[in-house]
Unconditional design. Structure first.
Lengths: 508, 105, 675, 501, 173
């Protein structure tokens, strides 16, 4: 327990929500207001701390890990409580804490088991934050898994009609992924000389080519394939499920559609990013050789995600499902950007995670607004909502145009950087990917047309416009949609040195 | 006689006991089978004991002690087994081993 | 940096696009709460911008009179995407003759359209946001013409796409408007991604986004490649042109423009005159250097075909705004074709003149629609007496577009026709001659349909008495812009136009001054073109009058007075009959075919991207359901099967258990013994 | 140094106390004419506590009492394990639905007697004592399984347990007899040297590497002996009895069988394994150890796979837990298959993990069965909302059973994976990992029934017995707390395993 | 002489076992089992374990077999049991020779170096008894065996005792 005394600001960010959850558990179930306030306060406090870290103590000129805290956790097993941030994790951490703040007001509509809901909700935040700050592979894994259960219940208990199916599907998929990761974790640990879980140390080892499985397998070969390939494959599948990469994506639409609005927000906004973050932090640097060999393969997957996701999204009749599939498409840019592995493409891919985090979160909130009022999400059954809900229409338009990559808004910068940066290595794939760009525009505009434009559906003539509470949820995201589009430097400057470091690790 | 001969007899008894447990349709047979198996083991122990006859009293008698204890054990087991069989018979009104099959997949 | 241009100019120039942008934000957030719903904010901003644009333009003319090489550049004003030296993307200003001209023209036209809208949109439900969007639209175009690199160019380009979407869909409760705005955005977006790819190629190969650096790099590349364009550059050039095809509504991506009429009339004016469509032409001019000779021919062919293609359609439209729309498409074809054959200056010149008279025409038609509340020409007629100002200004503009001498359109169209003719005469092949043929025919048609419009609307007897009775002249806020625009339509050609653009053209990258034989040919061609264009325009106008104004009787009189056109006189009735019996069906038929093509194939491709998408999506959905989910379910099913196997073993019979146990032991022993 | 009689007696004090406690419970019940069930329970609990106290106050130095009872840290650890289970079982028995009204004296007597057997089982390397303790544990367990006298299922369970157990011990005895014949000694520690040819056979005075000279005989003997252990820990293919018996026996008894009996059997297996095949035992021994390791690895893989797959279909909570406990035996075997100290440590640690999560699960079953009147998963519909405390605890246990951090089950699995892979059983790690996924299928059916399904009005809410609730809370805290900070248990495991090698 | 005795006793033991296994009547089987016990007892004598032989006679024949017969009487034999399963034949036909073979192989490995006659037996009955009194020898097994018998007794009594029909189990509603 010695490490508790040396707890630092990052740990506070991670564990503040846990304390919030504990406080909520101590409150009586009937005190809904109090519970909501505690949840909001905990999330807000974590965000404020995080923002402070982002602005004040973090030195953005450095690519190395900062604010590192290390404490021996399980002695004898080389397991450490090791946290720190760099330019890759810090923006994602900030996005995470922000989204949780936004999701709290959106959760006020929850009626059933409020206490349990918010406790799990805050627990989830701890899990996600923990993943972002972990510098120890074991700790990373622990936090990774901590997310699993709250998510299962949040979908399964507070979700839509098919929630059981969606929850178990989500759980199963992610568990498969994490089990593969666990196997890789054990293998990496045993192969590293000296044994260690420290991610930076493992990265250095891998970069030197020392993580080749020779301590674990004969000649580092298993069934004719080198250890690095196995390692890469196991980790990649583990993370790809989270992203989700085709063909591991089918859990996503189900989970999204069934999850309550705030959970969809978290799911799309931040949980998908964990996959990408894991690739960036662990998967690629730990198996650089295999990563280079698999570059084209990854790019193909990325392109499939982009185009396929967009086409499937177009076929959806459910607003939420459409947004869900658009996420599949958007994460394809990220994968493509990673695969190309140039400064621009990786920067773009990273930024894509953030911008998609903002825009998809906003879109889910938008869907939630209309669902709360009309109690369905069939696109075809709406129409002309812009006449009754002009403010809502404005926010929706902003979110949708951000998502379809309009210059000046957040989505464009990242997509453009990812695509332009990837062109150098994968010209053909980029050419194919732009089909996805067009289709994305097509289905989003078509959605706007059917939901907001055209003659008003008289059934919804009395719908009230978006409420103050809902605006509070969406406003920060809306601001970010614009701010990130015009001043992407507020992230790019932070992540740049860290990505340079990442590229150095991957240099052949 | 050679040791091998005793061992062979013991092995044969062991197999007969097993066969009796598996093949006969009466719980009593199963009890008999158990006794056969225990007897086979005992025969082994005593034969080995004899085999070490020249190695001093304690060593030479180890097997016999074991056999003695096993006999005691057989008694205890037989008692409990019979009690259970009777108990089952009372509840199921059958002595066939396949009749109690409430518990199955 | 040319002498005399300094920090103050930078501030003024930066203010030109930024004022409308600020106005947009202010108007969006606060406009509706302000007096007059804040309409004065964008108007004021645009007014200042226009003044600044004109002032700076004047400074260029005065301080650096007729210097083709004038170029002032302020790169890296705002680092957008940081990165290694050349790889970064930043916003900057490139102010040369071209952007100076464009800034002034766009600013002015946009300001007038704003002004006009104050009257036209009065009482609209979304009055406030309309002005906000209009303002953003202006920002897009002004920013675009001042961009010093492809990134900021593209950003503004897309911002215009968004604004066109918002503005065309202004009457969103109309399903047709809702569909039209989507169509506009999508169609142009197809072009946009081409442009994006083109930019990406250039950036990947040459490492920069800045125009000046790219222009310097291209000759280097050509030198390295033995003077020929390498494949990637050809591709990049064509892709960039693809962007122009979308924005400038060239065949086959022209379909959005006529539908864009669903928006309010000022928006149409904005799109057709000052912004959107001009952006494509501007882009083609900026990117001319990246176009290989073959690519330029493609450009010329696309442009000229679009010109004639749209003109034929324009002939048989009855909706006043649709006629104008097809006319725009057609005129854009002129510009593009002109640039394609190397007459960049001519194309740009036409763009500017066209901006003035087309804006005037649209605002005029808006005024008419405002008055009679219909867009169908057959229900109008005789409005001349009710709306004299509108009539007068529109007449001037029609004369200009028809190419009547002394009016602006005459000079610019003539320049283009000269260029294409020179091109044809120099190359002497059918393919190279096609642009010339198309454009001359189209010139005649232009005159014809424009006068047809004018006559049907303003001349003759009123066909709808009720509408006529209620029609009245528009308020000054609407007519003043008309006056101003008409003034330019009248004077744009000779006031500063022709010679200025000739000078301007010399400074454009990729421009080659014809020398020797080529120069002679060019001179000759321009002479021929003058006659040809006059002839075409005259014929068109005459035919129009013959058919619509004088009817048959008047047609005879016309034949007598103009003996020079003997053949036409002689075949007076015959032409009439021929027109009725053959040309009309032919033209109608042709139009029908084109319409069909338009609707079925092109529209089908664009709108039907949805259908295609749905088909693909249905297949994907199927795949999703059966293959991907199937795999998961298979696992579950296999697990269940395993459970069944387990049940087979777990019989509930104790003796079986013992037997299995013994078997297991034997197997285990065997394994250890064998190993 | 020979120890005195008194010292030796003191060394077996925990066992003695327990045995006396058993008798006391029996006599007390007779005296109270079966009317003071609760008090008898207190007597049992008190004797367990006394035994634990004696255990904890024992001289930590390893020693051998009466020539065959090894008293050391390893044994103590397992005795604590068994005693702690016994205590929990006593508590369970107080709240279980299916316990008969009469016979509390016999029940506690038999339970504690089984505990005595388990105590001896984990503290000897002597074959004779092994057989005797195994039988003491076994016979008491047979009767306990059939303890619900009016219940046919209970009787059937007793019968099946008896028949399979008797057969398995018989087979084992036969194997042990051969082992004895091969070495002339009953002490496994001595056997190791004789088999490896490092010490002379006491019978013949000849030293011979019997792993090589008598390979098949050794192999058969060891495999036959393994049958006995395999049956006791319910490893495939000697597990057949387990699902039926676990389902049919009263739940407290099932708990005892699944946790204490299995744990003690694992303790004995580890002790004998370490004694018989110590590292560096010579060429033949190493080769044999390798073979045996592979056999165990195979059994481990089969066991966990079979257990998990079969559990997927179950609708009865107890039966589901039975299969799950088979699967967990498979996991535990991973460490044994590694055949090295690290692996054994992992196994011991996993047993502790198993203790917390499985006892918790059984406790919940007892509570739910009282509320719903049966043990079907389907009848748990929405009970999570009515019985929040117990259900939250259950979810924690389920997490741990699946092996999701932060729980002791996760760390246990992780440790096993590492140990297995480190001794060249990478494939087993992969199999185990896949199994973890399969196990999710059925464990979370429980969570689903508790929370995801709409509530069923038919189920009345019973406040859990305070003792049971406190116990579940304690186990939950242990499951999470020790999962996060396993340091203390890890140290104990390492220390104890060091003692037996 | 020893050979003949061995053959006789072995034959009695195995023959008894075979008859017990295959005879249709369970009563006959029980008596055949007695023969086996006697045979094994004889083998014990041959091996020099006289005391054990006596114990075998007393306990097996006098105790266990009687118990089994009691069991027979207390239960009702099943008429279907008259048919002996073919399984048993197959098992025996395959397994007994296999077991003999394996026993032989096993023996050969271990005792190859010293195959031959067994050493002379030592008079051991007294020592056997004394062994149990040595502290370091068999004190604990002896005690534990006693305890085991108690456990068996209590258990058997509990199950066999005819309790008044138990009250219906309390079913919380």
């Amino acid at each position: 327990m010695g490490w508790l005394s040396s707890i630092d600001v990052l740990s506070w960010i991670v564990f503040l929500p846990t304390f919030g959850a504990l406080a909520i558990l101590l409150l009586p179930s009937a005190a809904k207001r109090a519970i909501q306030r505690v949840a909001f306060g905990a999330a807000l406090l974590a965000f404020a701390l995080n923002l402070w870290v982002y602005l004040v103590p973090f030195d953005r000129t450095k690519g190395a890990m900062q604010l590192v805290t290390e404490a021996n956790w399980i002695p004898g097993f080389d397991i450490f409580y090791r946290v720190g941030v760099d330019g890759i994790s810090l923006p994602l951490l900030l996005l995470n804490t922000l989204l949780f703040v936004c999701a709290v007001p959106a959760s006020f509509t929850i009626e059933k088991g409020v206490k349990g809901y918010f406790a799990l909700f805050l627990l989830l935040e701890t899990g996600v934050s923990g993943v972002f700050v972990s510098l120890d592979f074991f700790l990373f894994y622990v936090f990774w898994e901590v997310m699993l259960l709250p998510m299962y219940f949040l979908i399964g208990v507070w979700g839509g009609p098919r929630r059981e199916y969606a929850a178990i599907k989500f759980f199963l998929y992610t568990l498969v992924g994490s089990v593969l990761m666990l196997v890789a974790l054990v293998a990496v640990y045993l192969d590293a000389q000296p044994h260690t879980f420290s991610i930076p140390k493992l990265q250095e080892l891998a970069q030197r080519g020392a993580l080749d499985g020779r301590h674990l397998l004969e000649n580092g070969i298993l069934l004719g394939l080198p250890f690095q390939t196995w390692l890469f494959a196991f980790l990649f599948i583990g993370f790809a499920i989270k992203v989700p990469v085709f063909p591991f994506h089918t859990w996503l639409p189900d989970a999204h559609v069934e999850a309550p609005t705030p959970i969809s927000v978290i799911l799309a906004g931040i949980l998908l990013k964990l996959g990408g973050y894991g690739m960036l932090r662990i998967n690629f640097p730990l198996a650089p050789q295999a990563f280079h060999d698999a570059g084209t393969f990854l790019a193909v997957l990325g392109v499939i995600n982009i185009v396929y996701g967009a086409f499937v999204a177009m076929a959806q009749t459910d607003f939420k499902k459409l947004v869900a599939y658009s996420s599949v498409s958007h994460m394809g840019y990220m994968l493509l950007g990673f695969a190309a592995c140039t400064t621009w493409s990786v920067n773009g891919a990273m930024l894509q995670m953030l911008t998609h985090g903002v825009s998809s979160a906003m879109l889910f909130l938008i869907v939630g607004v209309v669902y709360d009022r009309a109690h369905h999400r069939e696109i075809a059954k709406f129409g002309g909502l812009s006449q009754r809900m002009p403010l809502y229409f404005g926010l929706s338009t902003l979110g949708i145009f951000t998502s379809l990559g309009l210059p000046g808004l957040a989505g464009f910068v990242s997509e453009a950087m990812a695509l332009a940066g990837s062109y150098e290595r994968f010209p053909t794939f980029v050419m194919i990917s732009v089909i996805g760009v067009v289709i994305t525009a097509a289905f989003f505009l078509w959605t706007i047309q059917r939901v907001f434009l055209g003659p008003l559906n008289e059934k919804y003539a009395t719908l009230p416009d978006i409420s103050a509470r809902e605006v509070v949820s969406q406003a920060p995201l809306a601001v970010l949609c614009v701010a990130l589009g015009i001043f992407p430097v507020i992230v790019l400057n932070w992540q740049g040195p860290a990505i340079a470091e990442f590229l150095r690790l991957l240099a052949r | 006689m050679s040791l091998g001969a005793y061992l062979a007899v013991a092995a044969a008894l062991f197999v007969l006991g097993l066969a009796m447990m598996i093949a006969r349709r009466n719980l009593i047979y199963i009890l008999m089978g158990i006794e056969l198996i225990l007897n086979a083991a005992n025969l082994n122990f005593v034969a080995f004991s004899r085999h070490a006859a020249n190695a001093g009293t304690e060593v030479a008698l180890r097997g016999q002690v074991f056999a003695l204890i096993v006999i005691l054990l057989a008694v205890a087991e037989a008692a409990v087994a019979l009690a259970i069989v009777l108990h089952v018979f009372r509840l199921f009104d059958s002595i066939r081993p396949e009749d109690p099959d409430l518990l199955r997949e | 940096m040319p002498p005399g241009f300094g920090h103050a100019d930078l501030l003024r120039l930066a203010a030109i696009p930024l004022l409308p942008l600020v106005a947009f934000f202010v108007q969006t957030l606060l406009g509706r709460f302000g007096p007059r719903k804040g309409d004065w904010i964008p108007v004021l901003a645009l007014g200042i911008a226009a003044v600044l644009g004109v002032v700076e333009f004047g400074k260029v003319i005065i301080q650096k009179p007729w210097d083709p090489a004038f170029r002032a550049e302020w790169p890296g004003l705002f680092d957008w995407i940081p990165g290694a030296a050349g790889a970064k993307a930043s916003f900057g200003i490139l102010y040369d003759n071209l952007s100076a001209t464009m800034t002034a023209a766009v600013g002015l036209v946009a300001f007038l359209i704003h002004l006009f809208s104050v009257g036209y949109m009065h009482g609209d439900r979304r009055y406030a946001s309309f002005f906000a969007h209009l303002s953003l639209f202006s920002f897009g175009m002004l920013g675009l013409v001042l961009s010093d690199n492809f990134v900021s160019f593209f950003v503004c380009w897309e911002v215009m796409g968004l604004c066109s979407y918002l503005l065309i869909g202004h009457f969103s409760e109309k399903p047709s408007a809702a569909a039209a705005c989507k169509k506009a955005f999508l169609t142009t977006r197809i072009g946009d991604v081409c442009l994006f790819l083109g930019i990406a190629i250039l950036w990947t190969r040459l490492g920069t986004f800045r125009f000046t650096e790219l222009w310097e790099a291209v000759p280097r590349v050509l030198a390295e490649n033995g003077g020929a364009y390498p494949g990637w550059l050809v591709a990049a050039g064509l892709l960039i042109f693809g962007g122009a095809v979308g924005k400038s509504a060239q065949f086959p991506l022209h379909v959005w423009l006529p539908d864009a009429m669903e928006g309010p009339t000022p928006v149409s004016a904005m799109i057709h005159a000052a912004t959107m469509v001009a952006a494509g032409v501007f882009l083609t001019a900026r990117a001319f250097l990246f176009l290989s000779p073959e690519a330029r021919l493609v450009v010329a062919l696309v442009g000229s075909f679009t010109a004639i293609f749209a003109a034929t359609i324009g002939i048989c439209q009855t909706d006043i705004k649709r006629v104008l729309a097809y006319s725009t498409v057609s005129q854009l074809g002129y510009m593009i074709a002109g640039i394609g054959v190397g007459g960049i200056a001519a194309g740009l010149f036409h763009m500017i003149t066209h901006a003035t008279f087309k804006a005037c025409l649209f605002l005029g038609s808006g005024s008419v629609i405002h008055a009679v509340h219909t867009q169908e020409m057959p229900q109008m007629g005789g409005l001349r007496r009710r709306m004299p100002i509108t009539y007068g200004t529109m007449l001037v503009s029609t004369l200009a577009i028809a190419g009547v001498p002394l009016f602006a359109g005459f000079y610019s169209k003539d320049a283009i026709l000269g260029s294409v003719l020179a091109h044809a005469m120099e190359r002497r092949s059918l393919v190279d001659a096609l642009p010339a043929i198309f454009l001359f025919v189209a010139a005649g048609m232009t005159a014809f349909y424009m006068f047809r419009l004018l006559i049907l609307t303003f001349h003759g007897a009123p066909r709808d008495r009720h509408a006529f009775e209620h029609a009245h002249e528009s308020p000054p806020v609407m007519t003043i812009p008309l006056f101003i625009l008409a003034f330019f339509a009248l004077s744009g050609g000779w006031l500063f136009g022709r010679s200025w653009f000739l000078q301007l053209g010399k400074g454009l990258p990729g421009m080659v001054e014809p020398t020797g034989h080529a120069a002679e040919v060019e001179h000759e061609a321009h002479g021929l073109a003058l006659g040809g264009s006059l002839l075409a325009a005259g014929l068109g106008i005459l035919l129009a009058f013959a058919f619509y104004q004088w009817k048959k009787l008047s047609a005879a009189a016309w034949a007598q007075r103009w003996g020079a056109v003997h053949r036409c006189v002689k075949n007076k009735y015959y032409v009439d009959e021929f027109y009725l019996a053959t040309v009309v069906p032919l033209v109608l038929g042709l139009t029908a075919v084109q319409r069909w093509f338009d609707v079925r194939i092109v529209d089908g491709l664009v709108d039907g991207a949805g259908a295609l998408g749905r088909l693909g999506a249905a297949i994907s959905g199927w795949f999703d359901r059966w293959v991907v989910d199937g795999a998961v379910n298979l696992v579950g099913w296999l697990t269940q099967l395993w459970g069944g196997v387990a049940r087979l073993f777990q019989t509930g019979r104790i003796q079986t258990y013992v037997a299995f146990g013994v078997a297991g032991a034997v197997a285990a022993a065997a394994l250890v013994l064998m190993a | 140094m020979p120890s005195t009689y008194a010292e030796d007696l003191a060394r077996i004090l925990p066992e003695t106390v327990l045995a006396l406690g058993a008798c006391a419970a029996l006599v007390a019940d007779l005296l109270w004419r079966g009317r003071e069930t609760r008090r008898v329970g207190w007597i049992a609990l008190a004797s367990i506590a006394a035994s634990l106290l004696a255990l904890l106050r024992q001289d930590p130095a390893p020693a051998i009492a009466f020539g065959m009872v090894t008293v050391d840290g390893f044994g103590a650890l397992f005795k604590v394990f068994v005693a702690a289970t016994l205590a929990v079982v006593v508590l369970f028995a107080a709240s279980a639905r299916e316990m008969p009204r009469h016979g509390a004296g016999e029940f506690y007597f038999l339970l504690l007697s089984a505990g005595v057997g388990a105590f001896f089982l984990v503290s000897t390397t002597n074959l004779l004592l092994l057989v005797l303790s195994l039988e003491t544990l076994g016979l008491a367990s047979y009767v306990l399984a059939g303890f619900a006298k009016g219940d046919r299922r209970s009787a059937e369970a007793a019968l099946k347990y008896l028949v399979f157990g008797a057969a398995a011990t018989g087979v084992m005895l036969f194997g042990l007899s051969i082992l004895f014949g091969l070495t002339g000694t009953l002490e496994a520690r001595e056997m190791a040297g004789i088999l490896a040819g490092k010490a002379a056979d006491p019978a013949t005075g000849i030293a011979l590497d019997r792993f090589r000279a008598a390979g098949p005989a050794v192999a058969i003997a060891v495999v036959l002996a393994l049958v006995g252990f395999g049956y006791k820990v319910s490893a495939v293919p000697f597990h057949w009895w387990a699902p039926d018996v676990y389902e049919g026996a009263p739940t407290p008894v099932t708990t005892f069988l699944a946790v204490a009996s299995k744990g003690a059997a694992f303790g004995a297996l580890l002790r004998f394994g370490a004694a018989l095949l110590p590292p560096g035992g010579g060429e033949g021994a190493t080769a044999f150890s390798g073979k045996l390791g592979h056999l165990l690895a195979l059994l481990s893989a089969l066991t966990m796979t079979f257990g998990n797959l079969a559990a997927v279909r179950q609708n009865n909570l107890k039966r589901l837990l039975a299969y799950s406990s088979i699967a967990h035996a498979g996991y535990t075997l991973m460490g044994v298959a590694a055949m090295n100290p690290a692996g054994f440590e992992a196994s011991v640690f996993y047993l502790f993990a198993y203790y917390f999560m499985n006892l918790g699960a059984f406790g919940a079953v007892i509570y739910y069965a009282r509320s719903t009147g049966n043990e079907d998963i389907g009848s748990l519909r929405g009970l999570g909302w009515r019985a929040p405390f117990v259900s939250v605890c259950v979810v924690v246990f389920l997490i741990s059973l699946v092996g999701i951090p932060p729980s002791i089950g996760f760390f246990g699995k992780y440790y096993l994976f590492m140990a297995a892979w480190d001794s060249g059983l990478g494939w087993l790690t992969v199999v185990a990992a896949a199994n973890a996924v399969v196990s999710l299928f059925y464990y979370f059916r429980i969570a689903k029934a508790l929370y995801l399904v709409p509530e069923s009005e038919a189920v009345a809410y019973h406040r859990p017995v305070p003792a049971l609730a406190a116990l579940l809370g304690l186990l939950t805290v242990g499951t999470v707390g020790l999962g996060l900070f396993p340091k203390s248990i890890l140290a104990a495991c390492a220390e104890s395993v060091r003692l037996i090698f | 002489m020893e050979r003949i005795a061995f053959a006789l006793f072995a034959a009695v033991a195995l023959g008894g076992g075979l008859v017990a296994l295959f005879h249709r009547s369970i009563v006959h089987s029980a008596f055949a089992l007695m023969a086996t016990f006697l045979g094994v007892s004889g083998l014990f004598v041959l091996l020099g374990a006289d005391f054990l032989a006596v114990v075998q006679l007393l306990i097996y024949v006098g105790g266990i077999l009687v118990l089994i017969l009691f069991g027979l009487m207390l239960t009702r034999p099943d008429p279907a049991e008259r048919k002996v399963r073919r399984v048993a034949f197959v098992l025996t036909a395959v397994a007994v020779p296999a077991a003999l073979l394996v026993g032989k192989i096993a023996a050969a490995g271990r005792w190859a170096a010293e195959e031959g006659k067994l050493p002379e037996p030592q008079p051991a009955a007294r020592e056997l008894g004394l062994l149990f009194l040595l502290k370091d020898a068999y004190l604990i097994p002896f005690e534990l065996a006693a305890f085991l018998l108690t456990v068996a007794l209590v258990g058997a009594v509990y199950l066999a005792r005819q309790t008044p029909p138990p009250p219906p189990p309390e079913e919380p509603r």
